[in-house]
Design a protein around this ligand. Structure first.
Ligand SMILES: NC(=O)c1ccc[n+]([C@@H]2O[C@H](COP(=O)([O-])OP(=O)(O)OC[C@H]3O[C@@H](n4cnc5c(N)ncnc54)[C@H](OP(=O)(O)O)[C@@H]3O)[C@@H](O)[C@H]2O)c1
Length: 240
């Protein structure tokens, strides 16, 4: 079940989770969905518009943002994030830390989402209750860190959490009907989790469709009064 949102923006629209969100939100009659991604995706629907952006610089995001700000979105999802790619792989020990890795993780996991956070005041509909969801991860919790490792990925998700916490305080004045949400989707079967799926207990590797549905079902219940919400796929609050 999804709420009756009319305008949805999905950033990082090629990600496994983003595609599940787009497909499910398009099931709401009259909902128009805009996806932003570095690449084309194969979603073909009369109420779906795809915008290509390499999000390389603030200017690029500024330009894409200006193209779509007339939509006045009710919900925004920022799915951008990397755990491993051709530049980075999560560190096992402190000797693996490198400026190249740290810079890349910060660029993708913090700088790009922050530049979209900055656009929320012009992108969101101020007249209705709105949600902006940033994909975080449980490993971004500082107090819940029992295993260590994955230094840069953890640090960048913690940094994203901190930014969203500060932003909510400011938005209580500027966008009083907006709730910011940091979502941990569980371990989901997407390219991001592929190298680590052998360690996942039976029944705990979710499909993108399941994790997206969990989020879309709970979203209307997340009020701006208690925001920001740092929650997992069950709707349980994660300690900061
Ligand atoms: N899958 C999991 O188990 C899991 C668990 C916890 C948290 N998460 C979080 O959930 C979010 C979505 O992940 P996913 O599992 O759907 O991963 P995915 O399929 O690998 O998608 C990764 C997303 O990040 C963007 N991205 C990756 N590298 C980038 C780069 N170098 N520059 C710019 N954008 C880049 C991609 O954007 P384009 O559309 O432009 O390609 C894509 O939207 C991430 O923030 C991730 O940290 C996932």
């Amino acid at each position: 079940m999804t709420a009756n949102y009319k305008r949805t923006l999905v950033i990082g629209a090629s990600s496994g989770l983003a595609r599940a969100i787009i497909t499910q939100t398009l099931q709401t009659p009259d909902n128009h969905v805009v996806g932003v991604s570095r690449a084309l995706n194969s979603i073909d629907h009369p109420r779906y518009q795809h915008v290509i952006s390499d999000y390389d610089a603030e200017l690029t995001i500024e330009n894409v943002g200006s193209d779509i700000e007339d939509f006045k979105f009710d919900q925004v999802f920022c799915c951008v994030g990397t755990l491993h790619d051709d530049v980075v792989f999560p560190e096992k020990k402190i000797e693996d830390l490198s400026p190249t890795q740290l810079n890349h993780y910060f660029q993708v996991n913090v700088v790009i989402p922050s530049m979209w956070l900055k656009k929320l005041p012009v992108l969101l509909n101020k007249k209705t209750h709105t949600h902006a969801v940033f994909f975080s991860a449980r490993v971004g919790s500082i107090s819940d860190n029992r295993l260590g490792g994955w230094y840069s990925y953890r640090a960048t998700k913690s940094a994203l959490n901190s930014l969203i916490k500060s932003a909510q305080i400011e938005l209580k004045r500027r966008l009083p009907k907006t709730a910011l949400v940091l979502y941990h989707p569980g371990t989901v079967d997407t390219p991001l989790s592929k190298p680590f799926q052998n360690n996942v207990p039976n029944g705990k590797l979710f499909t993108p469709q399941f994790s997206a549905e969990q989020l879309l079902t709970m979203l209307p219940t997340l009020s701006e009064n208690q925001a920001p919400h740092y929650i997992d796929w069950q709707g349980k609050t994660i300690p900061w």
